[in-house]
Write a protein that binds this ligand. Sequence first.
Ligand code: NAD
Length: 256
Amino acid sequence: MNKTVLITGSTSGIGLGIAEAFAKNGYQVMFHGLESNGLEIAKAIGAKYNVKTDYSNANLLDSDSIKRLIEDSISKLGSLDVLINNAGIQHVAPIEDFPEEMYEKIIAINMNSVFYTSKAAWKHMKAKKFGRIINVSSVHGIRASEFKSAYVTAKHGVVGMTKVMALEGAPYNITCNAICPGYVKTPLVENQIKDQAKAHQLSESEVIEKIMLKKQAVKQFISVESIASMALLLAADHATTITGTTFTLDGGWSAQ
Ligand code: NAD
C-alpha cells in the first residue's frame, strides 16, 4: 500500500477513528484539526502502524489556508489519493434565536470547506487519474430535525455537491460519495446532549433516549468503526463504479 489520505477534523471523534483505520490498513495519513495535541496524535498513530503521518491545523474558515492544507498534504506525503471531508460543527437553536454568525460559520465549515478542499485537490487527482472523495454528511443530509437549520442546510448541500463531483470526476476515476451517519457518541454529540438537556429541561439520559435515539429504529449510537469500514470500502481501487451516492448508517432512521 502506497496510498495517501487526508482526513479533515481527524484529531477528534469520527475523523480520528477513520484516520486510525486507514493507518492500520497501510495508508499514509495527513491528520488535520484544531485540537492542540494534533501533532502528538499523528506521531503516535504513525508509530503504532509504521506508516508516514503528518499534521496540519489549517482553519477551514479560510479558503487560502485550505489551499495550503492540500498543498502541504501533497508535498509532505508525496500525493493525495483519498480526501475525506469530515470536519464539522453543530449549533442547536430555534430559527428566530439562531445567532447569524454561527449560521455563517456552520455553512462555511460544514459545507463550503468541502468545495474548497475538493477544488484544490481536483487537478492533482485528475492528473493521476485516481481520486476518492468521501464526504461525511449526516442523516441530517437527507432528513431534517427542528432547531438545526444551519446544520441540516449544510449537510443537504454536501449531498448535492457529492453528486456533482461524481459526475465531473467520472472521466478521471475520481469518485465522490457521502456517508450519512445517525448519532455517534463523539465530543460534538456530548456537547449537544448538554445543550439539549438545558433547552428541554431534561436529564442527559432522557435527552439520549427521548430525543437523540428516538428516530433510530436501532437504539444504539452508530459506531465509529462502521463508518471507518465504509470509508475504506469507498476508497478502494476496485470502488471505481461506486460514486455519486449516499450511504446511510443511521440505525434505520431514514427507513421510516
Ligand atoms: P468532533 O467535534 O469530535 O470533531 C470535529 C473535528 O473538526 C475536530 O477535529 C475539530 O478540530 C475540527 N474542526 C472544527 N472546526 C474546524 C475549523 N474551523 N477548522 C479546522 N478544523 C475544524 O465531531 P464528530 O462528531 O467527530 O463529527 C465529525 C463529522 O461527522 C462532522 O462533519 C459531523 O457533522 C459529522 N457527523 C457527526 C455525527 C455525530 O453524531 N457525532 C453524526 C453525523 C454526522
